[in-house]
Structures are given as structure tokens and as C-alpha cells.
Design a protein around this ligand. Structure first.
Ligand code: UD1
Ligand code: CA
Length: 473
């Protein structure tokens, strides 16, 4: 080995995320708007952190800096404050101190969330091979409107003469379809040596990072373009419409990933499935389903339309009929929900259990094979195996100040329209008569009747009709 072997270059990644996002007409900072289930900036940080460790990733923040910092602090990236915000060139001025210790810096835009780590690595390789002061990632777009256009020195060359922003472009320049992605690799020394030469002589009176192309080209420091094949990756999101388009792309990609692993998703354009969601093979997801947060669905399940499931575990062979809402709950193998069941946090539905139409549960554990099929509220309840909860049953778990528990042991039969006033225990194998209001514990195998006895008054109607002098039928 030669003694002159050079040490690996020190590389940082800076993410420009200080802008307000005026075109969104929003009170929230642009980079915290979500696409594909997470904030724009989180996507970019994730890609950057696959290329260099997070302690070498710097988010340049400014507008609503505290909110942005808090939202992504857990990623371990560093922060640079740009205040006020005078443009993308000014963002790099603000980051000078943080970036000077490095040899090269890759600059990403916090509002271009589809960028892949492989592409960032390719840009870095290209940059290290060509050794210019600035390498810009470019792409050919069918419709380049709104993007900065790349003016090359000559057709066959990589070298760039300048970048012209949409607002300053001549009609001829507007026809150029090669656009600046807003993603760059910079050699730190020459870049910062010339950064002071930027001016604010443009329609926005800002320091444009893109003007560095011309500054560095004129100084013969080297500016090259690295064109990528898939322009979809560098799409930015300046408007709501662009954001919805990016969201659709990410959602569809997630569906395709799941389908490649054996899940059938009908009309995937209508389904919203968050990035962390896992689904087992041979499960079928029908149109207009949302699977959110850390949801896990097993194999051989069927999730029918208009169901929303968040942060829940759905085991194998579960059938979820249309219109269910499930939140922070567990559904065991072979269970059936819906149509229109509402599982609120802390519901645990046992194997082969059924929860049916307009049934609401909260903090409930329901054992194997138990059923609550119609119009019922079960809150703070421990329900054993093989229990039948009749239509219209209500657990009265709240007295206005405190919550109380209802325990229904194995094999209990609760008749329709029962009112179960907690705290309450229905012993194993007991029966509750329909329409009972139960306020006291029921021993095992007993029948509890909590309603007034029926009275039948023979001939009462006939007598009344006669009194009113109406003819009888
Ligand atoms: C920029 C480029 C344009 C390119 C496009 C690609 C400039 C002048 N233009 O335009 O050539 O085609 O990206 O998407 O750079 N930001 C800061 N501080 C600021 C201003 C902006 O951190 O003072 C951040 C924003 O939060 C955003 C990013 O920089 O994440 C890009 O800014 P934006 O205003 O969206 O630039 P574009 O008009 O899209
Ligand atoms: Ca942008």
C-alpha cells in the first residue's frame, strides 16, 4: 500500500428546510406537511441518514424552527438556524460554520421527499469522480414549468454555465426541459470561497443557491450536471396539488410493495396504507380501506371497504366487514367484525369471536368464540369465552365521575336490551333475562331478572272502545 493513500473525504448532508412554503397557503411549516403518512422532512432525513450517519446530517430550519426541530429531533440529526430566510443561497450561508469542517456537502431540499438514498450515493460518486466545485442533480421533465432550467455549456458536455429560474427565464430558456432538482454536491472550500459573490438581483430579492452555478462557472471552479433517469424521484412539492400527487405516488408504491409480497389490494389508488403497516400473504384488501400507523394484519384476512384501522393487530383469517373503525386494539385469529363495528383503544377480541353491527367496544377483553352481534356498548369489561351478548346490551361503566368494571364469565347468556350497571359480575354460565337492568352480581348458573313483571288486563281495550262509544271490529 502506498503511503500517500488519501483519507476518505469527510461528507455532510445539509437539508434546506427553513422556508415558509407561501404557495401552500398554510399556517403550518411546509416541511411538516405529510405525504405518504409522514412529514416531508422525515422522508428526506431518512434517505440522508442511509448515506451518512445522522450526526453528519444538518437540517437548516427557520420558519417555525421550534416546531420543525421538535418534530424530527428523535432522528438524531443536527440543526442550523437560518433566521430570517433570504433564499436557498442564504440557507447555505447560515450553515457555513457547521459545514466548514467537511470536504464535501450534499444539499437536499426538505420539500423533495421522494429522493432515494441510492440516488444520493450516485450523485456523491459522480461528484467525487469529476471533482468540480458544484455538481447538480438534474432531470428531463415533460413539463418543466416552475423549475430552474439548466443551461449547459454545450450539448455533449456535463458542464453547466448557469441555472435560470422560471421567473427570470427568456422564452427560449423556458423551452429547456432539463431542470435543476434542488439537490447538489458541493466541494466545501471552493463553494464557500465564492458564496459571498451572490447577489439578490432577482424578482424575489433573495440569495439564490442556483446562481452559484454561474458564479462558480465564471471562476472556472467547475460546475457539472448529473442527470438521473427517473425524474419522478426529484419532484418537489410547492403546492397542495403537487403534495397530493406525491402522496398518491408513495401510497401506490406501498401497495405495490405489499402486492409483491402476496397481498391482494383492489383499486389500490383508493387505499391509504402507512409505511410501517405489515400485511401477511393471501389477505385481501378491498377498495377504500385505510390501514394506518403501526398496524399489522395477518394472512388470509379480508378487509372490506370503508374500514379504517390504526395502530392495531389483526391476526390471521380475520374477516372485517364494511365500515369498521379499529383503534389501538387486537383482533385474534378467525374473528369477525362488522359491518360498522367501532373498536376503541384497548379492545381485545378473542379467537373466532364476533363483534357485529353498530357495536362499540372500549377497554374490553372478549374471550374465544364470544359474540356481541348487534347495537351494543361494551366498555371496561372482561368477557369470558362462549358468551352471548344480546342485541342492545349496554354496560353502564361511568357514573359521571369514575369508571367501573363489568366481568362476564364464561358461557354467560345476556338477553337483549340488558343494562349492566358496573361494578358488576355475571357468574359463569348465568342467564340475564331480556330488558333487565342488572345492578347486583349474579351467581354462577343463576337466572337474573331485573324488570317489572308483565301485567295483562283481559278485555281492557274492548271496554275502552265501548266507553268511547266506538264500534268494535
Ligand atoms: C428551487 C430551485 C429551483 C429548483 C427547485 C427544485 C432556487 C432559487 N431554486 O426552487 O432551481 O428547480 O428548487 O425543487 O434554489 N429554503 C430555505 N431557506 C430559504 C428558502 C428556502 O431553507 O430561505 C428551503 C425551503 O424550505 C425548501 C427548499 O429550500 O425546502 C427549496 O426552496 P423553494 O422555495 O421551494 O425553492 P423552489 O422555488 O422550489
Ligand atoms: Ca420547492
Amino acid at each position: 500500500m502506498s503511503k500517500t493513500t488519501k483519507a476518505a473525504p469527510r461528507v455532510a448532508i445539509a437539508i434546506m428546510a427553513a422556508g415558509k412554503g407561501t404557495r401552500l397557503q398554510s399556517k403550518h411549516p411546509k416541511v411538516l406537511h405529510e405525504v405518504g403518512g409522514k412529514p416531508l422532512l422525515s422522508h428526506v432525513i431518512a434517505a440522508a441518514s442511509e448515506v451518512v450517519p445522522p450526526q453528519h446530517v444538518y437540517a437548516i430550519i427557520g420558519h417555525e424552527a421550534d416546531r420543525v426541530r421538535e418534530a424530527v429531533a428523535a432522528t438524531g440529526v443536527g440543526f442550523v438556524l437560518q433566521h430570517p430566510q433570504h433564499g436557498t443561497g442564504h440557507a447555505l450561508m447560515a450553515a457555513r460554520e457547521a459545514l466548514l469542517p467537511y470536504d464535501h456537502v450534499i444539499v437536499l431540499s426538505g420539500d423533495a421527499p421522494l429522493i432515494r438514498s441510492a440516488t444520493i450515493s450516485k450523485l456523491l460518486e459522480f461528484h467525487l469522480a469529476h471533482r468540480p466545485a458544484m455538481t447538480m442533480l438534474t432531470a428531463e421533465l415533460g413539463n418543466p414549468t416552475g423549475y430552474g432550467r439548466v443551461i449547459r455549456k454545450g450539448k455533449s458536455k456535463n458542464e453547466v454555465r448557469a441555472v435560470v429560474e422560471e421567473k427570470s427565464a427568456t422564452p427560449a430558456q423556458k423551452k429547456v426541459r432539463e431542470i435543476n432538482s434542488g439537490i447538489y454536491a458541493l466541494a466545501v472550500k471552493p463553494f464557500y470561497a465564492h458564496l459571498g459573490e451572490l447577489s439578490t438581483d432577482n424578482p424575489h430579492h433573495e440569495y439564490y443557491l442556483t446562481d452559484m452555478a454561474e458564479v462558480l462557472a465564471k471562476a472556472k471552479a467547475g460546475v457539472v450536471a448529473c442527470k438521473i433517469d427517473d425524474p419522478g424521484e426529484i419532484l418537489g412539492s410547492n403546492t397542495r396539488a403537487e403534495m397530493v400527487d406525491l402522496d398518491a405516488r408513495l401510497r401506490l408504491a406501498k401497495c405495490h410493495q405489499l402486492m409483491a409480497m402476496g397481498v391482494t389490494i383492489f383499486y389500490p389508488q383508493t387505499c391509504v396504507i402507512d409505511p410501517a403497516v405489515e400485511i401477511g400473504p393471501d389477505t385481501v384488501v378491498e377498495p377504500f380501506v385505510q390501514l394506518l400507523g403501526k398496524t399489522r394484519v395477518g394472512s388470509d384476512c379480508r378487509i372490506q371497504s370503508y374500514t379504517v384501522i390504526r395502530d392495531s393487530e389483526i391476526a390471521d383469517r380475520t374477516l372485517i366487514l364494511p365500515g369498521c373503525m379499529v383503534e389501538s386494539s387486537q383482533v385474534k385469529a378467525g374473528a369477525r367484525l362488522g359491518p360498522y363495528s367501532h373498536l376503541r383503544p384497548g379492545s381485545e377480541i378473542g379467537e373466532n369471536a364476533h363483534v357485529g353491527n353498530f357495536v362499540e367496544t372500549k377497554k374490553v377483553r372478549m374471550g374465544k368464540g364470544s359474540k356481541a352481534n348487534h347495537l351494543t356498548y361494551l366498555g371496561d369489561a372482561e368477557i369470558g369465552e362462549g358468551v352471548n351478548v344480546g342485541a342492545g346490551t349496554i354496560t353502564c361503566n361511568y357514573d359521571g365521575a369514575h369508571k367501573y368494571q363489568t366481568v362476564i364469565e364464561d358461557g354467560v347468556f345476556v338477553g337483549s336490551h340488558a343494562t349492566l350497571v358496573a361494578p358488576l359480575k355475571l357468574g359463569r354460565g348465568s342467564y340475564v333475562a331480556a330488558a333487565s337492568c342488572i345492578t347486583e352480581d349474579v351467581p354462577p348458573d343463576a337466572l337474573a331478572v331485573g324488570r317489572s313483571r308483565q301485567i295483562v288486563k283481559e278485555g281492557w281495550v274492548k271496554k275502552r272502545r265501548q266507553a268511547e262509544n266506538k264500534p268494535s271490529h
